[in-house]
Write a protein that binds this ligand. Sequence first.
Ligand code: UDP
Length: 254
Amino acid sequence: MTRRRRVYEGKAKVLFEGPEPGTLVQYFKDDATAFNGVKKSTVTGKGVLNNRISEHLMSRLGEIGIPNHFIRRLNMREQLIKEVEIVPVEVIVRNVAAGSICSRLGLTEGAPLPRTLVEFCYKSDELNDPLIAEEHITTFGWATAEEIEDIMTLTLRVNDFLCGLFTAIGIRLIDFKLEFGRHYEDDEMQIILADEISPDNCRLWDMATNEKLDKDRFRRDLGGVEDAYQEVARRLGILPESGPNDLKGSNSLQ
Ligand code: UDP
């Protein structure tokens, strides 16, 4: 068996060298972490579900002209993606108050925000992804003003589209995190959407009951993490045809 070269290992995913130059294989693990890695566990089937969910959302976004790194799904846990130079900024989009903004600003969880709020955090585990302003991004050269403009335009389009997509299946998109990268092709550089979009980095609440269908079930020990991710996949119409038993997939890395 040939061993592939590991390019990067994160908390929930591994990136391997891809079959052609300029491509990578993104492998989704079952590992779940929260509070910057302080809380750790595995959620059986999570990697399979996130691979599917992210494939679905990135494909739909691609269809409406949002450039992104997704090329195609390879198997239960892997997808082929375009190699990008990641912009070290996490883009947080908030429609409703939840999570860290509530403690930071004394807001009540579930309160709709007067308008969509976009925040930036510096991508650094050592520093705990601190909240930053646009000024920090340009001052420290993490991205140019033009790149930030592209990121903002894409982010707001992603939010509009995803709010509609989730509303149609009875889910409120409370907040989510995006990452962007620079994609180089024929001497041209384009900012494209990267990483993943899944219940690991979105807050998704059932519209009728406010039940949490996302990683907060893990963060807050609410139980039923896998069921919640499965419910999101079911409503999106993308559960594996052979049923939930097919979700385990091999979790072994090669
Ligand atoms: N988020 C993420 N990765 C991070 C930080 C946040 O995916 O490193 C997502 C998180 O799942 C939520 C949104 O971004 O959907 C806003 O998270 P928040 O700032 O409230 O942080 P948290 O409460 O998760 O610490």
